[in-house]
Design a protein around this ligand. Structure first.
Ligand SMILES: Nc1ncnc2c1ncn2[C@@H]1O[C@H](COP(=O)(O)OP(=O)(O)O)[C@@H](O)[C@H]1O
Ligand SMILES: [Mg+2]
Length: 334
């Protein structure tokens, strides 16, 4: 089946005073209708820039999308998100693609009640009458687990807790039945217990609405229960792409194996962070001539310092960009 979203060879750079930041270097992936794809990787690996490029939210300058296509296929036809005008992208955002970012405050307008803000999305994108829109807002507030929706309709963002604010942002994101919801570390700014509640909410919406979702996180621990497939990014590239089960069972990239090894036991109280792989992420200012992970890799051999490994299939639905075969214990053929 044709994917709902088909991203090919996305290249996004930032032209800063310090030099050119190679934020995303040739990212390609598909998103099937109804599936949740998790994008995982350390801070600075290009996760946000990947999705911001699709949403037309890269600040230009200093940013520039230099290459790529991103086909969104809907019943009304297909379009390349990277070729749309600013006005067309505004229609896509919130209407066809909903998004939830880390910080609900940056998405909400402080001087409008939450009801008005959700209503605005409905009237702008779906052209509902004011009366119909209000009823729909109350329904949405209840759907995302906000108690007393009739009363909360009139609340301002500052009157709500961080978790409730994020629920409002989620209500806005799903208000227009978007084809895709993109969530970029939506729980990072919240307390641990609230994080779990928000993840539960996404899981419920995924099931009840059949939502198609891209979920960005630095926490591989939450991915198992939430995503169907995982895309591991490192240094602005995809280093591994797989179903969740296969990734947990047979990680093919030393970086992924490191991330999984870094997962603390589920009964531990520690917050899970990807910190225990030695070394630091690559300098994104340097144009890359070899594997971005070679500095930190226990298996790096001569070839890894001479060429950039391409993403290649190692099993059905499992791709990896690495010359070393961890299962065989030696370089891959070819
Ligand atoms: N507006 C910007 N100006 C310059 N560099 C940026 C900008 N936004 C992101 N970058 C750089 O792009 C790279 C990828 O960032 P990002 O996609 O935000 O990483 P993350 O995986 O943490 O989401 C980083 O090196 C970051 O510093
Ligand atoms: Mg980010």
């Amino acid at each position: 089946m044709n994917p709902l979203l088909e991203v090919r060879n996305l290249v996004t750079k930032f032209y800063t005073l310090d030099g050119v930041v190679h934020a995303v270097s040739g990212v390609s992936f598909d998103l099937q209708e109804g599936e949740t794809l998790a994008i995982v990787g350390e801070s600075g690996s290009g996760k946000s820039v990947t999705v911001l490029s699709l949403l037309g939210l890269i600040p230009t300058p200093p940013g520039r999308i230099e290459q790529g296509t991103a086909l969104l296929r809907t019943p009304l036809g297909q379009k390349d998100l990277l070729q749309l005008s600013k006005a067309e992208l505004r229609d896509v955002r919130g209407g066809q693609i909903g998004f939830v970012f880390q910080d609900p405050i940056s998405t909400l307008n402080p001087i409008l009640t939450i009801g008005e803000q959700i209503k605005e999305t409905l009237t702008r994108h779906l052209h509902l009458s004011a009366e119909k829109a209000k009823a729909q807002v109350i329904k949405l507030l209840a759907e995302v687990g906000i108690p007393d929706p009739e009363m909360r309709y009139k609340a301002y963002p500052f009157q709500l807790s961080g978790g409730m604010r994020q629920r409002v942002v989620i209500a806005i994101a799903i208000a227009c039945n978007p084809h895709i919801v993109i969530a970029d570390e939506p729980t990072t700014a919240l307390d641990v217990t609230v994080q779990a509640q928000i993840i539960d909410l996404f899981n419920r919406l995924r099931r009840t609405l059949g939502m198609t979702m891209i979920w960005i996180t630095h926490d591989l621990g939450v991915v198992a229960g939430l995503a169907d497939r995982v895309m591991v990014m490192y240094g602005g590239r995809i280093v591994e792409l797989s179903t969740v089960d296969d990734l947990y069972e047979r990680p093919q990239h030393p970086y992924t194996a490191g991330l999984l090894g870094a997962l603390p036991r589920l009964d531990s109280q520690e917050t899970r962070r990807l910190v225990s792989i030695r070394g630091t992420p690559p300098d994104m200012l340097l144009p890359l001539r070899h594997c971005p992970f070679s500095w930190r890799c226990d298996y790096a051999s001569e070839r890894c310092w001479q060429e950039i490994p391409e993403l290649t299939s190692t099993a059905p639905g499992h791709e990896v960009a690495c010359f070393y075969d961890m299962e065989k214990g030696g370089l891959r053929d070819g």
